[in-house]
Design a protein around this ligand. Sequence first.
Ligand code: PXP
Length: 240
Amino acid sequence: MGQMRLGVNIDHVATVRQARMTYEPDPIAAAYEVERAGAHQIVMHLREDRRHITDRDFELAMQTVHLPIDLEMATDPQIVAIATKWKPHICTLVPERREELTTEGGLDVAGNLASLKEVVGELLGAGILVSLFIDPQEEQIRASQESGAQAIELHTGEYANAKERSEVARELERLSEAAALASSLGLEVAAGHGLTYQNVTPIVNIMDIEELNIGHSIVSRAIFVGIERAVSDMLALMRR
Ligand code: PXP
């Protein structure tokens, strides 16, 4: 019971800035407002193509933001080197293909266990917590535990995209079962992708999920009401 943890992904503040290659809006200024609003962590994805968050953003966040930083990243060696140099609180490993609009599907941990173990080991060795962004599937959860990661983030994209009521119910069941299994294996359980003010409540009701990471919907609402209010409204929906 109490307040479910909220990580706010500020990538799309940077997306607006990059649309003009200028200095505003500054995602780090957004991070300070997110902190003031009572969120629990700042999430940012340093992509190989630097489409939104840049090295300057990540480095400045590490130097000036007091909330824990969750760095979303691919297993690319250059990004791993940046992570081990700066040591964010946690790294969430995500799949990354250059052509995609956003992260499509979870990481195939089961199919790439040996190489993932190496990256997980390198990050853990630097004193960084590791989370794996995966689809709610038993084999991915078991492989995640085997990889040495302490946490998983369940991909809620299929749930968010589901239209028919039966499809929504099926996706919620999958997420609920996956969260229970992961939790029973001792993994910390987060969830995210595609969550909105309209669809978040059934996810909040899955008690094995301890944290949500939300970006697009909060940044979208912030355009109209400001980011502090957008964050506090989401936090209010996440009280249990
Ligand atoms: N969690 C992960 C691992 C992600 O890759 C993303 C998208 O960057 C999110 C959460 C946030 O998704 P959204 O922007 O749809 O809220």
